[in-house]
Design a protein around this ligand. Structure first.
Ligand code: PLP
Length: 407
């Protein structure tokens, strides 16, 4: 593990009343919150990918304004303002010259994953994924009677990497589609320029469609700007990119996303296949995303800075207090993927942490195609998008139960 020592990781001070550093668990535990109510009072929830921070004031103001204008049907043919803002944003990530009819709104990003699998493959076809991965990837394949063809990422000793041989080995003549998670949930990797190029070559060589879920792109800690998979014109005609505001702006409860492609026929094909089943995004979600794109950048920059400090604190804590835990600093987003297999109770690590440490995390097997098989048992995904104080409390509790040394 690399990074600063624990004592060298100050909390990022944004201002004296910063709403990220002053969080009250009693206020967070309200009945509308899935994250805070699934487990008993007293448990610190670090599982589902919501941040504990309040919504950006600019978004709240826009929503209040929208309420005063009424709640009739929004622009169902594609909101022109939001479409333009998405085009402009996509261009900064390499998706230049995206046509307006290459942008279609969705009620969320997961419906886009299901739509891609449904429209671009037939029952029995193979769909490629990399393991571990955000669980709806596998649900979208299994539930629609396609076949998961998975290649496990490898732990290189410094980061999680694509196993190119395993990827080649997973492809069969029935493979039609690759589901890419970029940035990758749960390892936090942002695939670099070399890896993206190799993935593009791979997709071209095997004549695959690619659905690139780029929902976490705005939470990148890298200095280099995030680059979309379809930034390269060679793969634009075969790629659907999925994006949305909910991870960066903590608005999952409003539900909205978009699918993007330089080939409008591809978007039309997905819409025709499942558009009627999905429904339209809500009026409030459209207003929210407009506000996020128009005025949300300063709030987002502060949030990324705060999260980056939490990431460094987590890494430093592990290095100092739980040195046997394997973990690499994530390059994006607020989800850390920790390898606790060295612990004697790795086989029931989620229960141990829940019942003894009173910390709720996501269990590793969730991120494999068949959670019953217990692949990735001993791994956990930890959501560190909370105040430094709550993060420190959760880590102290974990260290108290797990201990600094293992046999
Ligand atoms: C990679 C990825 N895609 C999609 C989603 C969910 O998107 P939505 O809530 O817009 O369906 C998540 C949620 O954590 C995610 O991590």
């Amino acid at each position: 593990m690399t990074g600063p020592n624990l004592s060298e990781v100050p909390e990022v001070e944004l201002d004296g009343t910063d709403s990220r550093s002053h969080l009250d668990p009693a206020a967070l535990r309200h009945p509308d919150s899935l994250k805070w109510t699934l487990y008993d009072e007293g448990v610190i929830p670090m599982w589902v990918a919501d941040m504990d921070y309040p919504v950006a004031p600019v978004i709240l103001a826009a929503l209040q304004g929208r309420l005063t204008r009424g709640l009739g049907y929004p622009q169902l043919m594609g909101d022109p303002l939001l479409t333009r803002l998405i085009q402009e944003k996509a261009a900064t990530q390499g998706l230049t010259d995206l046509p307006a009819d290459g942008v279609a709104l969705l009620p969320g990003v997961v419906p886009g994953i299901f739509a891609a699998v449904h429209a671009l493959t037939a029952p029995g076809d193979g769909v490629l994924t990399m393991l571990p991965v955000y669980h709806p990837f596998h649900l979208s394949i299994n539930d629609q009677r396609r076949v998961v063809q998975a290649a496990a990422l490898i732990d290189s000793g410094t980061r999680w990497e694509i196993d190119w041989e395993a990827l080649e080995g997973a492809v069969t003549p029935s493979t039609r589609l690759m589901l890419l998670c970029h940035p990758h949930n749960p390892t936090g990797r942002v695939w670099d320029a070399e890896e993206l190029d190799r993935l593009r070559d791979f997709a071209l060589r095997h004549n695959l469609y690619v659905c690139s879920d780029e929902l976490h792109a705005d939470l990148s800690y890298a200095e280099a700007p995030f680059q979309s998979f379809a930034a390269d014109p060679r793969v634009r005609g075969r790629t659907v990119t999925l994006t949305g505001p909910c991870k960066a702006f903590n608005t999952a409860g409003l539900g909205i996303g978009a699918m993007l492609s330089h080939d409008p026929a591809l978007i039309k094909h997905l819409k025709t296949a499942v558009g009627g089943l999905m429904g339209h995004p809500s009026a409030l979600s459209i207003t929210m995303w407009q506000a996020a794109l128009q005025e949300g950048a300063p709030w987002l920059a502060e949030t990324v800075a705060y999260l980056c400090g939490n990431r460094d604190f987590l890494q430093a804590f592990l290095a100092e207090r739980l040195p046997w835990v394997k973990s690499y600093p994530v390059e994006s987003t607020y989800l850390a993927w920790l390898d606790l297999r060295a612990h004697p109770q790795a086989g029931e690590i989620q229960q141990v942490l829940l019942e003894q440490a009173r910390v709720a995390i996501h269990n590793g097997p969730v991120f494999a195609p068949d959670p019953q098989k217990a692949d990735y048992q001993g791994f956990i995904r930890v959501n560190f998008a909370t105040s430094r104080a709550l993060l420190a409390e959760a880590l102290e509790r974990m260290a108290g139960v797990l201990g600094g040394e293992v046999e």
